[in-house]
Design a protein around this ligand. Structure first.
Ligand code: FES
Ligand code: FES
Length: 159
């Protein structure tokens, strides 16, 4: 077992973990944070994407033991986040989800796009989303939803 101290959704957490436990399993099974979904468990689908030290990461290919001292934010921590509030409304308006399995990971990536690339066009959004697979909605609605939020923010900034 490896001793681990990290911040999860704003709270300091200490735990003993098996060296091979990945972060997604740690959050789901040890912390009850089941909003992080697991699909491929090999870093391909992006369903497990969450934020580590401010950057989107695939938690199925990150060992929990490598997160000592890190700040981890899962989807449960974004209820009151202003960008996530806008994104959730835009996802609803643009029909950007169906089953929702990919959605927590895609929202994490979408928020990163909105904050990091405020002038992203459709091609750039598609490129940035290429690490998140959605098998049932299709990408038209997803790209429109993210574009909508970017447009709203640009309008507010130029007003
Ligand atoms: Fe992590 Fe697919 S479950 S990338
Ligand atoms: Fe079903 Fe994306 S909404 S996989």
């Amino acid at each position: 077992m490896t001793q681990l101290i990290l911040t999860v959704n704003g709270k300091q957490v200490s735990a003993d973990v098996e060296p091979r436990t990945h972060l997604a399993d740690f959050l789901r099974e040890e912390r009850g944070l089941t909003g992080t979904n697991i699909g491929c468990e090999q870093g391909v689908c992006g369903a497990c994407t969450l934020m580590i030290d401010g950057a989107p990461m695939r938690s199925c290919i990150v060992y929990a033991s490598s997160c000592n001292g890190a700040e981890v934010r899962s989807i449960e921590d974004f209820d009151n986040d202003p960008v996530m509030i806008e994104l959730r409304a835009a996802f609803t308006a643009e029909h950007a989800l169906q089953c929702g399995y990919c959605t927590p990971g895609i929202l994490a990536t979408a928020r990163d796009i909105v904050l990091r690339i405020p002038d992203a066009d459709e091609a750039r959004i598609r490129h940035e989303l290429s690490g998140n697979l959605c098998r049932c909605t299709g990408y038209v609605g997803l790209v429109k939803a993210i574009s909508r939020v970017l447009e709203q923010r640009r309008k507010r900034l130029s007003a």
